[in-house]
Design a protein around this ligand. Sequence first.
Ligand code: 9G3
Length: 578
Amino acid sequence: MRQRHALIPTLREIPSDAEAASHQLLLRAGYIRQLAAGIYTYLPLGRKVLRKLEAIVREEMDMTQAQEILMPAMQPAELWHQSGRHAVYGPELIRFQDRNAREFALGPTHEEVVTSLIRDEINSYRKLPLIVYQIQSKFRDERRPRFGLLRGREFVMKDAYSFDTSWEGVDLAYQAMYNAYHRIFDRCGLKFRAVEADAGAIGGEGGTHEFMALTDIGEDTIVTCECCGYAANLERAGSRPFTAGLDNLDGSDRLDFLESEKIATPHIKTIEQLVQFLNVSADQLIKTLIYVADGKPIAVCIRGDHEVNETKLKNYLHADNLELADADTIALATGAPSGYIGPIQLPIALFVDHEAAHMKSAITGANHAGFHLRNVRPGRDFSLEYTADLRNVAEGDLCLHCENTLKLTRGIEIGHIFKLGTKYSEPLKACFVDADGKEQPMLMGCYGIGISRLLSAVVEQSHDANGILWPFSIAPFHVHIVPVSVQDTTQMQLAESLYAQLGRLGADVLLDDREERPGVKLKDADLIGIPIRIVVGKKAGEGLIEWKERGSAEALELTAQEATEQVALRLRNHDQSH
Ligand code: 9G3
């Protein structure tokens, strides 16, 4: 492509409303433009990268014998009523009516559509197993779209769905996808981890993994053990309680016998204030939070330095809706204002985190404005009937599987795979007749990759102060030829002949034939981030060019012939790399 006519509108200044590095760079380097919040146009460079990402995903999906289809974005609401999910999703599901006032939704995902399709086309076990996939735009009206393509309202997803006659079949499909995802993200040059995840609303019996690109901007937190390889999303990760097994039930510890005692704590409302006022540490406190679970107020007790894990709490309660209670509900349920709430004599159900349950003596709210209690003994002063792991793993916690400490890192979810079982085939009646003539619901799995999100994840992991550093495999072009002066016929002749030669090799080449000052051209080249840059300057007369790889400081002086051979080599290596 010749840059003079290319639509690559680079920007000098950093867009003020872009926080994430990838968002800033994709805007500045002319890859994307925002149409509306969370809705983007892919300009030629962005479209080329997206196409290369899709090609990698397609190749690896086809290798697993998955068959590519394309389903509609317009989905009849009836399907969502049948699956029971129409009421589960709120304003995030974009609903509309057609000209005959029939209800539709813009597809955020396609479990219902694909299950109804396969129900109508497959009936015998002989036709299974089957995996279909599509690469298509998804629509989710996110409350807070942010970070550019990382959390959009219209985005490109690869979503695959497997149909089997047995759980063994589901496991095979799941493993095949799990392996394919590793190959895909490796080929994209990403640093990622597959982590055990929480199945969430879409549920499914058999488990689920998320693939996380490791970046500081990531909205998800993952927990990893460097020793035994344990890796889980924070929503689901567990740790070995420090205090478990330390109970000296023989009462040898003097503190056990001290009665709980009221202490005046006027206007002390937060953990920090209490720690200061009493000169204690947060891990000596028990904080009691009031939630409303499916409309019912409940109390959760957790050590002062820990955080409630609302996914674990929701799963433990089997609640559909869970939210922190507002001030009125708190006062009504506890007779005390927030900041003074404690577990003793509460008229609502009490759920205690397993770490708090093992505390010997704790300081808690007294359920009385202006007062706290000390020497509170869990189990003696309040019930431990409902005790579970309800907290977020913290840095330095002990690994459940080995004695090592756990690390927390941030990541961006780029893939998510689920074993669904009959969660959709049951309600949508997708059945097959087995070898004994018996009708059974198909067993399903679903497998997603956020393709447009991948674009941003790569940039997050692979950029420097001057711009993007695209991996060779997904760069919009392999080579960027930059003649220093387009008026100089010697330089342009050499640049043009290189452009033609490399093109013949099958390389994607961008030729900067603009009448711009060299500094502008080189700055743009760094910003756009094409892996190989060839500058044709004053040594063009001797047939020499300057070869520079994006991301390395050194530049080499090569003949045009050597440069061509180097590119041919890179193309060959890249093709063999997968
Ligand atoms: C909705 C809306 C948003 C959603 C969903 C449904 C996420 C929804 C989960 C999935 C599960 C898998 C197939 C590919 C891999 C992920 N957000 N999910 O089901 F109506 Cl508004 O999409 N789907």
